[in-house]
Design a protein around this ligand. Structure first.
Ligand code: PLP
Length: 397
């Protein structure tokens, strides 16, 4: 482990962060390696959440560390009115992994910005502002993305203060009926993350596409959590044959732990955009692009999307047999390495917290789901170690 600056005392952190201070089940974290976070006292925490799904290559992956070091010595910021070599290289690499019809990208710094930008683009391209979103959705925290977010904990405090969104059940008929000639876009996650690891069926996705086509609306896919190999393909929507989105919002795994986001779009949106339609000062900065390149190269070199499909399917089977006779577990579901252990009680948050005391990090999703988003480099042994901790917690109540 490299040298580090001693963190400020926990008390000071509480005061400074106010409401956002962590309820602290761990000693201060000072390092990371592979799938583990390392505390000041040397304790190691197996992070089966990859830091909210961000660290797809785990912590301190040499490819990312090297990319940051090399780029930091060269150039960390480059104004947008001149051409940047690393940005040009990154954009080519990004477009190469995107579905063929999405051949343009806008670079930003986070997931909520990617969703926000996609909503703006859809409004410009259609001249409309109404948007359809799904129940149990989560799209981010800025005003537009929050308006599309069902999650009551995030949106309720702002009810009545936001842009109008129509929320419908994730069912083909419900979406079909909600889309009209006034709809700018339907926005959805192919697998709902925060909402409970809900895998949307091909029927819902294809019916949404058809409804959008019929009414001239755009289909925005939020692949912030599901993208970049998480679900066993580069993008989760690639499981649905023939599904072609107009816009895809990306973040989290795209930067492997570095702030980076992107919007991919095709010709219909491109025709509506003019210089100045949108912008971001930090979007596409050289450090982010160097890291983004390292992420794509490493995912490709190690074939990690395909590995996520194999290792994830094996782990889901193993969890199903482990919990088959556990009365507290209703089912195990997921796609690739985006996995939900569905409980029969509203205890997702509680169980995730208890797991931390066993030095395993998991996330709640919805009220009753324990969500696992392990780094794509995770081993079978690490997954089983995590499953054992969750079983201990569930059994030991
Ligand atoms: C995390 C998340 C976001 C928001 O991303 P931020 O980088 O936190 O702004 C948006 N959509 C989905 C599906 C997410 O999981």
């Amino acid at each position: 482990m490299s040298e580090h600056v001693r963190p400020a005392s926990a008390g000071a952190e509480d005061r400074r962060l106010g409401t956002w201070a962590p309820r602290r089940p761990t000693p201060p974290i000072v390092g990371g390696e592979g799938c583990e976070l390392i505390a000041e006292n040397g304790d190691r925490y197996l992070d089966l959440t990859a830091g909210y799904g961000v660290c797809c290559l785990g912590y301190n992956h040499p490819a990312i560390v090297d990319a940051i070091k090399r780029q930091a010595e060269r150039l960390t910021f480059c104004p947008l009115n001149v051409s940047s070599a690393v940005r040009a290289e990154y954009v080519e690499a990004l477009v190469a992994i995107l579905p063929a019809k999405l051949d343009r990208v806008f670079l930003c710094n986070s997931g909520t910005e990617a969703v926000e930008g996609a909503l703006k683009f859809a409004a410009l391209a259609t001249g409309r502002s109404r948007t359809v979103a799904l129940r149990s959705s989560f799209h981010g925290r800025t005003l537009g993305a929050l308006a599309m977010t069902w999650n009551p904990a995030a949106r309720r405090p702002y009810d009545g203060l936001l842009h109008d969104a129509v929320f419908v059940q994730p069912e083909a008929e419900a979406v079909d009926q909600a889309v009209s000639g006034e709809t700018a876009a339907v926005v959805l996650e192919p697998v709902q993350g925060e909402g409970g690891v809900n895998v949307l069926g091909d029927d819902v996705l294809l019916a949404t596409r058809r409804a959008c086509d019929r009414h001239g609306a755009l289909l925005i896919l939020d692949e912030v959590q599901t993208g970049f190999g998480r679900c066993g393909r580069w993008f989760a929507h690639q499981y649905t044959p023939g599904l072609e989105p107009d816009l895809v919002a990306m973040a989290k795994g795209i930067g492997g732990g570095f702030p980076l986001g992107a919007i991919a779009y095709g010709s219909r949106v491109a025709e509506a955009l003019r210089p100045g339609s949108h912008g971001s000062t930090y979007g596409g900065n050289p450090l982010a692009c160097a890291v983004g390149l390292a992420v794509i190269e490493t995912l490709e070199r190690l074939d990690l999307p395909a590995r996520a499909a194999t290792i994830g399917a094996r782990f889901v089977e193993s969890l199903r047999s482990r919990f088959a006779s556990n009365p507290r577990v209703r089912e195990v579901r997921g796609r690739g390495l985006m996995i939900g252990v569905v409980l029969r009680e509203r205890a997702g948050r509680h169980i995730a917290r208890l797991a931390t005391e066993h030095r395993v990090l998991a996330l709640p999703a919805g009220p009753n789901v324990v969500r696992l988003l392990p780094p794509l480099i995770v081993t079978d042994e690490e997954l089983e170690r995590g499953a054992e901790a969750i079983q201990d917690v569930l059994g030991g109540e």
